[in-house]
Design a protein around this ligand. Structure first.
Ligand code: LLP
Length: 420
Protein backbone atom coordinates (compact mmCIF):
# COMPACT_ATOMS: atom_id res chain seq x y z
CA UNK A 1 0.00 0.00 0.00
CA UNK A 2 1.63 3.25 -1.12
CA UNK A 3 2.06 6.36 0.98
CA UNK A 4 0.50 9.47 -0.57
CA UNK A 5 2.47 10.47 -3.65
CA UNK A 6 5.05 13.14 -2.80
CA UNK A 7 5.07 16.21 -5.09
CA UNK A 8 8.52 15.17 -6.34
CA UNK A 9 7.29 11.67 -7.21
CA UNK A 10 4.20 13.05 -8.94
CA UNK A 11 6.43 15.39 -10.95
CA UNK A 12 8.66 12.53 -12.01
CA UNK A 13 5.73 10.40 -13.15
CA UNK A 14 4.38 13.35 -15.15
CA UNK A 15 7.78 13.73 -16.84
CA UNK A 16 7.79 10.05 -17.78
CA UNK A 17 4.35 10.25 -19.35
CA UNK A 18 5.41 13.38 -21.24
CA UNK A 19 8.29 11.37 -22.68
CA UNK A 20 6.70 7.94 -23.20
CA UNK A 21 2.97 8.64 -23.35
CA UNK A 22 0.14 6.83 -21.58
CA UNK A 23 -0.81 4.25 -20.59
CA UNK A 24 2.57 3.35 -19.12
CA UNK A 25 4.02 0.81 -16.67
CA UNK A 26 6.68 2.23 -14.36
CA UNK A 27 8.79 0.12 -11.97
CA UNK A 28 11.20 1.23 -9.27
CA UNK A 29 14.37 -0.88 -8.99
CA UNK A 30 15.03 0.29 -5.40
CA UNK A 31 11.81 -1.33 -4.18
CA UNK A 32 12.72 -4.65 -5.83
CA UNK A 33 16.21 -4.61 -4.31
CA UNK A 34 14.74 -3.86 -0.89
CA UNK A 35 12.34 -6.83 -1.12
CA UNK A 36 15.14 -9.15 -2.25
CA UNK A 37 17.26 -8.06 0.73
CA UNK A 38 14.44 -8.91 3.13
CA UNK A 39 14.57 -12.56 1.96
CA UNK A 40 18.29 -13.07 2.55
CA UNK A 41 17.70 -15.87 5.10
CA UNK A 42 16.61 -18.33 2.40
CA UNK A 43 19.38 -20.24 0.58
CA UNK A 44 17.70 -19.64 -2.76
CA UNK A 45 15.14 -17.04 -3.72
CA UNK A 46 13.59 -18.16 -6.99
CA UNK A 47 11.55 -15.42 -8.67
CA UNK A 48 8.25 -16.66 -10.13
CA UNK A 49 8.70 -14.65 -13.30
CA UNK A 50 5.07 -15.01 -14.37
CA UNK A 51 4.53 -12.04 -12.04
CA UNK A 52 6.70 -9.77 -14.22
CA UNK A 53 8.74 -11.35 -16.96
CA UNK A 54 10.44 -8.39 -18.62
CA UNK A 55 14.04 -9.47 -19.33
CA UNK A 56 15.41 -6.24 -17.79
CA UNK A 57 13.63 -7.06 -14.53
CA UNK A 58 15.00 -10.62 -14.78
CA UNK A 59 18.51 -9.22 -15.27
CA UNK A 60 18.11 -7.05 -12.20
CA UNK A 61 17.04 -10.14 -10.27
CA UNK A 62 20.03 -12.13 -11.54
CA UNK A 63 22.45 -9.37 -10.56
CA UNK A 64 21.02 -9.55 -7.04
CA UNK A 65 21.58 -13.32 -6.85
CA UNK A 66 17.93 -14.25 -7.35
CA UNK A 67 17.21 -17.39 -9.40
CA UNK A 68 14.21 -17.88 -11.59
CA UNK A 69 11.21 -20.13 -12.09
CA UNK A 70 9.76 -20.64 -15.58
CA UNK A 71 6.32 -22.03 -16.35
CA UNK A 72 6.46 -22.11 -20.15
CA UNK A 73 8.93 -22.48 -22.98
CA UNK A 74 8.69 -18.72 -23.44
CA UNK A 75 9.69 -18.11 -19.84
CA UNK A 76 12.67 -20.49 -20.17
CA UNK A 77 13.84 -18.58 -23.25
CA UNK A 78 13.32 -15.26 -21.45
CA UNK A 79 15.46 -16.45 -18.53
CA UNK A 80 18.22 -17.55 -20.94
CA UNK A 81 17.99 -14.19 -22.72
CA UNK A 82 18.45 -12.48 -19.36
CA UNK A 83 21.71 -14.40 -18.83
CA UNK A 84 20.54 -17.17 -16.52
CA UNK A 85 22.31 -20.50 -16.83
CA UNK A 86 21.14 -24.00 -16.02
CA UNK A 87 22.99 -25.86 -13.27
CA UNK A 88 24.20 -29.30 -14.42
CA UNK A 89 25.10 -32.43 -12.46
CA UNK A 90 25.59 -31.70 -8.76
CA UNK A 91 24.81 -28.07 -9.50
CA UNK A 92 21.30 -28.86 -10.70
CA UNK A 93 20.08 -28.06 -7.19
CA UNK A 94 21.40 -24.50 -7.65
CA UNK A 95 20.18 -24.17 -11.23
CA UNK A 96 19.47 -20.62 -12.36
CA UNK A 97 16.28 -21.87 -14.01
CA UNK A 98 13.71 -24.46 -12.92
CA UNK A 99 10.68 -25.33 -15.05
CA UNK A 100 7.45 -25.78 -13.06
CA UNK A 101 4.26 -27.12 -14.64
CA UNK A 102 1.56 -29.78 -14.54
CA UNK A 103 2.18 -30.94 -18.09
CA UNK A 104 4.88 -30.88 -20.74
CA UNK A 105 3.77 -29.88 -24.20
CA UNK A 106 5.95 -31.40 -26.90
CA UNK A 107 7.90 -28.25 -27.78
CA UNK A 108 8.61 -27.46 -24.11
CA UNK A 109 9.73 -31.03 -23.51
CA UNK A 110 12.29 -30.63 -26.30
CA UNK A 111 13.52 -27.36 -24.78
CA UNK A 112 13.90 -28.64 -21.20
CA UNK A 113 15.75 -31.69 -22.50
CA UNK A 114 18.03 -29.65 -24.80
CA UNK A 115 19.07 -27.31 -21.96
CA UNK A 116 18.64 -29.95 -19.23
CA UNK A 117 16.48 -27.56 -17.22
CA UNK A 118 15.44 -29.16 -13.91
CA UNK A 119 11.73 -29.93 -14.05
CA UNK A 120 9.41 -29.38 -11.08
CA UNK A 121 6.81 -31.99 -11.99
CA UNK A 122 3.16 -31.47 -11.08
CA UNK A 123 2.00 -34.77 -12.59
CA UNK A 124 3.28 -38.34 -12.78
CA UNK A 125 2.76 -38.27 -16.57
CA UNK A 126 5.45 -35.60 -16.78
CA UNK A 127 7.91 -37.94 -15.07
CA UNK A 128 7.17 -40.74 -17.51
CA UNK A 129 7.47 -38.48 -20.56
CA UNK A 130 10.69 -36.90 -19.35
CA UNK A 131 12.31 -40.18 -18.30
CA UNK A 132 11.58 -41.71 -21.70
CA UNK A 133 13.75 -39.14 -23.49
CA UNK A 134 16.18 -37.78 -20.87
CA UNK A 135 17.80 -40.37 -18.59
CA UNK A 136 18.93 -39.01 -15.23
CA UNK A 137 17.09 -35.71 -15.76
CA UNK A 138 16.94 -33.66 -12.52
CA UNK A 139 13.44 -33.31 -11.11
CA UNK A 140 11.55 -31.75 -8.25
CA UNK A 141 8.16 -33.03 -7.16
CA UNK A 142 5.49 -30.35 -6.84
CA UNK A 143 3.11 -31.81 -4.28
CA UNK A 144 -0.47 -30.81 -3.57
CA UNK A 145 -0.75 -31.23 0.21
CA UNK A 146 -4.56 -31.57 0.11
CA UNK A 147 -5.27 -27.99 1.18
CA UNK A 148 -4.78 -24.59 -0.37
CA UNK A 149 -5.59 -20.92 -0.07
CA UNK A 150 -5.45 -17.71 -2.12
CA UNK A 151 -6.74 -14.15 -2.33
CA UNK A 152 -9.41 -15.57 -4.66
CA UNK A 153 -10.69 -19.06 -5.53
CA UNK A 154 -8.93 -18.57 -8.84
CA UNK A 155 -5.53 -18.34 -7.13
CA UNK A 156 -5.93 -21.28 -4.74
CA UNK A 157 -3.60 -24.03 -6.00
CA UNK A 158 -4.10 -26.72 -3.34
CA UNK A 159 -6.82 -29.17 -2.35
CA UNK A 160 -8.84 -31.52 -4.52
CA UNK A 161 -10.48 -28.76 -6.57
CA UNK A 162 -7.10 -27.62 -7.85
CA UNK A 163 -5.48 -29.11 -10.93
CA UNK A 164 -2.03 -28.36 -9.55
CA UNK A 165 0.61 -30.63 -8.14
CA UNK A 166 0.91 -34.34 -7.51
CA UNK A 167 -1.70 -35.37 -4.94
CA UNK A 168 0.08 -35.99 -1.63
CA UNK A 169 -1.28 -39.53 -1.38
CA UNK A 170 0.36 -40.34 -4.71
CA UNK A 171 3.86 -39.54 -3.55
CA UNK A 172 4.76 -43.29 -3.47
CA UNK A 173 3.72 -43.67 -7.14
CA UNK A 174 5.71 -40.57 -8.07
CA UNK A 175 8.80 -41.92 -6.31
CA UNK A 176 8.29 -45.23 -8.04
CA UNK A 177 8.13 -43.45 -11.41
CA UNK A 178 11.36 -41.60 -10.61
CA UNK A 179 13.07 -44.90 -9.84
CA UNK A 180 11.70 -46.72 -12.90
CA UNK A 181 12.55 -43.85 -15.23
CA UNK A 182 16.04 -43.35 -13.79
CA UNK A 183 15.37 -39.69 -13.00
CA UNK A 184 17.32 -37.77 -10.33
CA UNK A 185 15.25 -36.41 -7.46
CA UNK A 186 16.41 -32.99 -6.23
CA UNK A 187 13.67 -31.76 -3.98
CA UNK A 188 10.09 -31.46 -2.82
CA UNK A 189 8.08 -28.32 -3.57
CA UNK A 190 4.71 -27.01 -2.42
CA UNK A 191 2.84 -23.90 -3.50
CA UNK A 192 -0.69 -23.75 -2.11
CA UNK A 193 -1.81 -20.53 -3.74
CA UNK A 194 -1.21 -16.87 -4.40
CA UNK A 195 -2.02 -14.08 -1.98
CA UNK A 196 -2.06 -16.47 0.98
CA UNK A 197 -2.65 -15.40 4.58
CA UNK A 198 -0.12 -16.22 7.24
CA UNK A 199 -2.09 -19.02 8.90
CA UNK A 200 -2.39 -21.05 5.71
CA UNK A 201 1.20 -20.37 4.68
CA UNK A 202 2.34 -21.64 8.06
CA UNK A 203 0.52 -24.99 7.59
CA UNK A 204 2.67 -25.92 4.61
CA UNK A 205 5.93 -26.43 6.46
CA UNK A 206 4.37 -29.17 8.63
CA UNK A 207 3.01 -30.96 5.57
CA UNK A 208 6.47 -30.75 4.00
CA UNK A 209 8.15 -32.53 6.90
CA UNK A 210 5.55 -35.34 6.78
CA UNK A 211 6.25 -35.90 3.08
CA UNK A 212 10.03 -35.75 3.54
CA UNK A 213 9.64 -38.64 6.00
CA UNK A 214 7.87 -40.66 3.30
CA UNK A 215 10.65 -39.93 0.80
CA UNK A 216 13.26 -41.15 3.27
CA UNK A 217 11.21 -44.26 4.15
CA UNK A 218 10.98 -45.13 0.45
CA UNK A 219 14.79 -45.05 0.24
CA UNK A 220 15.18 -41.83 -1.78
CA UNK A 221 17.50 -38.92 -1.13
CA UNK A 222 16.76 -35.19 -1.36
CA UNK A 223 18.91 -32.10 -1.74
CA UNK A 224 16.38 -29.31 -1.23
CA UNK A 225 12.89 -28.29 -0.21
CA UNK A 226 10.89 -25.37 -1.58
CA UNK A 227 8.29 -23.36 0.33
CA UNK A 228 6.78 -22.13 -2.96
CA UNK A 229 5.53 -18.56 -3.22
CA UNK A 230 2.17 -17.00 -2.42
CA UNK A 231 3.22 -14.32 0.05
CA UNK A 232 0.61 -11.58 0.11
CA UNK A 233 1.36 -7.86 0.14
CA UNK A 234 -0.72 -5.07 1.72
CA UNK A 235 -2.87 -3.70 -1.12
CA UNK A 236 -5.16 -1.76 1.25
CA UNK A 237 -4.41 0.79 3.90
CA UNK A 238 -3.92 -0.91 7.25
CA UNK A 239 -3.47 -4.41 5.80
CA UNK A 240 -0.58 -6.31 7.34
CA UNK A 241 2.09 -7.82 5.12
CA UNK A 242 3.81 -11.13 5.84
CA UNK A 243 6.31 -11.01 8.71
CA UNK A 244 9.25 -12.39 6.72
CA UNK A 245 11.57 -13.07 9.65
CA UNK A 246 8.88 -15.07 11.38
CA UNK A 247 8.04 -16.91 8.18
CA UNK A 248 11.70 -17.75 7.65
CA UNK A 249 12.13 -19.05 11.19
CA UNK A 250 9.14 -21.33 10.70
CA UNK A 251 10.62 -22.80 7.54
CA UNK A 252 14.11 -22.95 8.99
CA UNK A 253 12.73 -25.12 11.80
CA UNK A 254 10.98 -27.35 9.24
CA UNK A 255 14.19 -27.60 7.23
CA UNK A 256 16.14 -28.66 10.33
CA UNK A 257 13.56 -31.35 11.08
CA UNK A 258 13.72 -32.54 7.47
CA UNK A 259 17.54 -32.59 7.65
CA UNK A 260 17.42 -34.83 10.72
CA UNK A 261 15.13 -37.20 8.79
CA UNK A 262 17.27 -37.25 5.64
CA UNK A 263 20.58 -37.20 7.51
CA UNK A 264 22.32 -34.29 5.78
CA UNK A 265 21.93 -30.60 4.94
CA UNK A 266 19.04 -29.46 2.73
CA UNK A 267 18.81 -26.22 0.77
CA UNK A 268 15.72 -24.11 1.51
CA UNK A 269 14.09 -22.31 -1.41
CA UNK A 270 11.40 -19.65 -1.58
CA UNK A 271 9.59 -18.90 -4.85
CA UNK A 272 7.84 -15.55 -4.59
CA UNK A 273 6.45 -13.50 -7.44
CA UNK A 274 4.17 -10.82 -6.03
CA UNK A 275 6.26 -10.10 -2.92
CA UNK A 276 9.30 -9.11 -4.99
CA UNK A 277 7.69 -6.87 -7.59
CA UNK A 278 4.06 -5.86 -6.82
CA UNK A 279 4.89 -2.74 -4.84
CA UNK A 280 7.58 -1.64 -7.28
CA UNK A 281 5.12 -0.92 -10.08
CA UNK A 282 2.47 1.60 -11.05
CA UNK A 283 0.20 1.85 -14.07
CA UNK A 284 -0.19 5.40 -15.35
CA UNK A 285 -3.26 6.37 -17.34
CA UNK A 286 -4.67 9.66 -18.56
CA UNK A 287 -8.23 10.73 -17.80
CA UNK A 288 -9.94 11.09 -21.20
CA UNK A 289 -13.62 11.45 -20.32
CA UNK A 290 -15.74 12.24 -17.28
CA UNK A 291 -19.47 11.53 -17.18
CA UNK A 292 -22.46 11.12 -14.88
CA UNK A 293 -24.60 8.00 -15.37
CA UNK A 294 -27.61 8.67 -13.13
CA UNK A 295 -26.09 8.99 -9.68
CA UNK A 296 -22.74 7.45 -10.66
CA UNK A 297 -19.74 9.58 -11.49
CA UNK A 298 -17.57 7.83 -14.11
CA UNK A 299 -13.97 8.69 -14.87
CA UNK A 300 -12.75 7.02 -18.05
CA UNK A 301 -9.02 6.54 -18.48
CA UNK A 302 -6.94 5.34 -21.43
CA UNK A 303 -5.91 2.02 -19.76
CA UNK A 304 -8.26 -0.96 -19.66
CA UNK A 305 -8.41 -4.53 -18.41
CA UNK A 306 -6.33 -5.57 -21.38
CA UNK A 307 -3.53 -3.77 -19.49
CA UNK A 308 -4.45 -4.48 -15.85
CA UNK A 309 -6.66 -7.53 -15.63
CA UNK A 310 -6.70 -8.12 -11.86
CA UNK A 311 -9.82 -6.10 -10.93
CA UNK A 312 -11.90 -7.71 -13.71
CA UNK A 313 -10.49 -11.19 -13.12
CA UNK A 314 -10.49 -11.36 -9.31
CA UNK A 315 -12.25 -8.20 -8.09
CA UNK A 316 -8.80 -7.11 -6.87
CA UNK A 317 -8.31 -3.81 -5.10
CA UNK A 318 -5.55 -1.44 -6.21
CA UNK A 319 -4.95 1.89 -4.48
CA UNK A 320 -5.24 4.90 -6.83
CA UNK A 321 -3.99 8.48 -6.82
CA UNK A 322 -4.98 11.33 -9.08
CA UNK A 323 -2.43 13.89 -10.22
CA UNK A 324 -4.42 16.95 -11.37
CA UNK A 325 -3.06 18.47 -14.57
CA UNK A 326 -3.30 21.98 -13.09
CA UNK A 327 -1.51 20.94 -9.89
CA UNK A 328 -4.33 22.33 -7.74
CA UNK A 329 -6.11 20.35 -5.06
CA UNK A 330 -9.77 19.40 -5.64
CA UNK A 331 -12.60 18.19 -3.44
CA UNK A 332 -13.04 14.44 -3.45
CA UNK A 333 -15.90 12.53 -5.02
CA UNK A 334 -17.13 8.92 -5.07
CA UNK A 335 -15.83 7.79 -8.45
CA UNK A 336 -16.17 4.77 -10.71
CA UNK A 337 -12.89 4.36 -12.62
CA UNK A 338 -13.27 2.60 -15.97
CA UNK A 339 -11.29 2.02 -19.13
CA UNK A 340 -11.75 2.33 -22.89
CA UNK A 341 -12.68 -1.26 -23.78
CA UNK A 342 -15.94 -2.12 -25.45
CA UNK A 343 -16.92 -4.32 -22.51
CA UNK A 344 -18.94 -3.49 -19.36
CA UNK A 345 -16.50 -5.29 -17.08
CA UNK A 346 -13.75 -2.83 -17.99
CA UNK A 347 -13.93 -1.17 -14.56
CA UNK A 348 -10.97 -0.81 -12.18
CA UNK A 349 -13.18 -0.15 -9.15
CA UNK A 350 -15.03 -3.44 -8.89
CA UNK A 351 -15.41 -6.14 -6.30
CA UNK A 352 -15.97 -9.86 -6.28
CA UNK A 353 -18.44 -11.02 -8.95
CA UNK A 354 -18.07 -7.80 -10.93
CA UNK A 355 -20.08 -5.53 -8.62
CA UNK A 356 -19.29 -1.91 -9.52
CA UNK A 357 -17.80 0.03 -6.58
CA UNK A 358 -16.72 3.62 -6.13
CA UNK A 359 -13.50 5.14 -4.85
CA UNK A 360 -13.10 8.53 -3.21
CA UNK A 361 -10.79 10.45 -5.52
CA UNK A 362 -10.21 14.15 -6.16
CA UNK A 363 -12.75 15.32 -8.79
CA UNK A 364 -11.06 14.32 -12.02
CA UNK A 365 -10.88 16.32 -15.24
CA UNK A 366 -9.75 15.36 -18.70
CA UNK A 367 -5.96 15.51 -18.87
CA UNK A 368 -5.34 14.48 -15.24
CA UNK A 369 -3.08 11.51 -14.57
CA UNK A 370 -4.38 8.45 -12.72
CA UNK A 371 -1.82 6.34 -10.87
CA UNK A 372 -2.84 2.75 -10.15
CA UNK A 373 -0.55 1.41 -7.45
CA UNK A 374 0.97 -1.98 -6.63
CA UNK A 375 0.70 -3.21 -10.20
CA UNK A 376 4.26 -4.52 -10.62
CA UNK A 377 3.06 -8.11 -10.22
CA UNK A 378 0.56 -9.68 -12.64
CA UNK A 379 0.11 -6.35 -14.41
CA UNK A 380 2.10 -6.22 -17.65
CA UNK A 381 2.57 -10.00 -17.62
CA UNK A 382 -1.21 -10.58 -17.83
CA UNK A 383 -1.87 -7.93 -20.48
CA UNK A 384 -3.47 -8.80 -23.79
CA UNK A 385 -4.16 -7.32 -27.20
CA UNK A 386 -7.95 -7.34 -26.68
CA UNK A 387 -9.75 -4.73 -28.77
CA UNK A 388 -6.59 -4.71 -30.92
CA UNK A 389 -4.81 -2.58 -28.38
CA UNK A 390 -1.01 -2.82 -28.65
CA UNK A 391 0.95 -3.73 -25.50
CA UNK A 392 2.11 -0.59 -23.74
CA UNK A 393 5.62 0.52 -22.82
CA UNK A 394 7.48 -0.31 -19.61
CA UNK A 395 9.96 2.00 -17.86
CA UNK A 396 12.38 1.17 -15.04
CA UNK A 397 13.39 3.90 -12.60
CA UNK A 398 16.75 3.33 -10.94
CA UNK A 399 17.79 6.16 -8.61
CA UNK A 400 17.99 9.34 -10.66
CA UNK A 401 17.91 7.42 -13.91
CA UNK A 402 15.11 5.83 -15.83
CA UNK A 403 15.04 3.81 -18.99
CA UNK A 404 12.60 2.30 -21.39
CA UNK A 405 12.65 -1.48 -20.86
CA UNK A 406 9.95 -2.36 -23.38
CA UNK A 407 8.87 -0.23 -26.29
CA UNK A 408 5.22 0.29 -27.00
CA UNK A 409 3.89 -2.24 -29.51
CA UNK A 410 2.41 -0.80 -32.69
CA UNK A 411 -0.74 -1.86 -34.50
CA UNK A 412 1.61 -2.71 -37.33
CA UNK A 413 3.32 -5.26 -35.03
CA UNK A 414 -0.08 -6.90 -34.61
CA UNK A 415 -0.95 -6.85 -38.30
CA UNK A 416 2.45 -8.24 -39.25
CA UNK A 417 1.44 -11.60 -37.78
CA UNK A 418 -1.42 -11.81 -40.23
CA UNK A 419 0.45 -10.63 -43.33
CA UNK A 420 1.68 -13.36 -45.69
N1 LLP B 1 5.13 -20.70 -7.59
C1 LLP B 1 4.17 -21.28 -8.31
C2 LLP B 1 4.26 -22.70 -8.65
C3 LLP B 1 3.07 -20.51 -8.74
O1 LLP B 1 2.10 -21.08 -9.45
C4 LLP B 1 3.01 -19.14 -8.42
C5 LLP B 1 1.89 -18.31 -8.86
C6 LLP B 1 4.08 -18.59 -7.67
C7 LLP B 1 5.12 -19.40 -7.27
C8 LLP B 1 4.13 -17.15 -7.28
O2 LLP B 1 3.06 -16.76 -6.51
P1 LLP B 1 3.08 -15.32 -5.79
O3 LLP B 1 4.24 -15.32 -4.85
O4 LLP B 1 3.26 -14.30 -6.85
O5 LLP B 1 1.78 -15.21 -5.12
N2 LLP B 1 -2.57 -13.77 -11.45
C9 LLP B 1 -2.81 -13.88 -10.01
C10 LLP B 1 -1.78 -14.73 -9.33
C11 LLP B 1 -1.68 -16.12 -9.92
C12 LLP B 1 -0.39 -16.75 -9.53
C13 LLP B 1 -0.17 -18.06 -10.17
N3 LLP B 1 0.96 -18.75 -9.61
C14 LLP B 1 -2.89 -12.48 -9.40
O6 LLP B 1 -2.84 -11.50 -10.16
O7 LLP B 1 -3.05 -12.32 -8.20
Amino acid sequence: MPQALSPARAQRLLQLTARYGTPLWVYDAAVIRERIAALRGFDTVRFAQKACSNTHILRLMREQGVKVDAVSRGEILRALAAGYTVGQGDDAVHSGIVFTADLLDRETLETVVAHRVPVNAGSIDMLAQLGAVSPGHPVWLRLNPGFGHGHSNKTNTGGEHSKHGIWHEQLPQALQAIREQGLTLIGLHMHIGSGVDYGHLAQVSGAMVTLVRQVQAAGHDLKAISAGGGLSIPYRDGEAGIDIDHYFSLWDAARKEAESVIGHALALELEPGRYLVAESGVLLAEVRAVKAQGRQHFVLVDAGFNELMRPAMYGSFHAMSLIPADGLSRPSQATVVAGPLCESGDVFTQGDGGVVLTRDLPQARVGDLLVIHDTGAYGASMSSNYNSRPLIAEVLIDGDEDRLIRRRQSVDDLLALERF
